[in-house]
Write a protein that binds this ligand. Sequence first.
Ligand code: SF4
Length: 319
Amino acid sequence: MKILEIEKLNLGFNCENGFRQALYDVSLTLNRGEMLALVGESGCGKTVSAMSILRLLPKNAAITSGAITFESQDILQLKPRDMQHIRGAKIALIPQDPMTSLNPLYTVGDQLLEVIKIHQGLKGKEAFEKAVEAFEKVQIPSAHERLRAYPHEFSGGMKQRAIIAMALACNAEILIADEPTTALDVTIQAQIMDLIENIKKEHDTAILLITHDLALVREQADRIAVMYAGRIVESAPAEEFFAHPAHPYSVALLNSIPSNKGKPLETITGQPPSIQQSIAGCKFHPRCRNCMEICTKEVPQNYPAGVNHFSACFLCDKK
Ligand code: SF4
């Protein structure tokens, strides 16, 4: 069942040299109990898409058109006060660096209790029990003692668990995880990914996972959306995507991860364009091995590439 829908979102930034568009007709659907991985290199527009959902955009950002529907209301039209009830309580963020969400001056327990008080209206013993329960659910050992610790006394993985506990304590319906494991070592990465997966299954939570790392989401994502230069260039169920990637950018990303055993690893030459660069036609064309003349002149539409699968590439235009 659909819980969140982004429809044709266009967004840009007011820069010193004028308005620069950063998102182009971004459309995404998130269903209850599914993990959607939004994948692409840094600077492709993944984080700004997610921050649009939370309405946590820089001051110079401007949404020029589009809608973001959550529980039948357009988030973009809500008053700031109404948005505060959604942010944190119904849609929670797991950031790349948990210290951006934890205040170093207060114990982790105080911060968790504050969240429980604001979003669940619980106080005293009831709130404390809820906090212990949340810590136990995210497998933080000795929950009673750890609630009295300060953020600097937690490891990176434990801090991420505490942030996830806050989302759990509020019964958040959507978790937006923005590169949640980038700062962690490989073993802890796997544990945090398993934890997010368990929350999805046990609570029917919808997860929007933002990552540059396709290997990380191979086992757990239900659907993949690939973003390049502010546009969704491919979207497909995960199994279909990994078996039959259609967009040359997706193929290049897949060829650059170590899991393709036996094949030499490839790199993608060049960099994604900045929003200051104007590129005609398909924005991937300067880096694309399959580039044709039409690609330098026209913008490809979304063409069907399988069941619930599209690719914004002229190679999929079968007309
Ligand atoms: Fe490459 Fe052309 Fe497809 Fe763009 S439209 S990805 S340049 S083949």
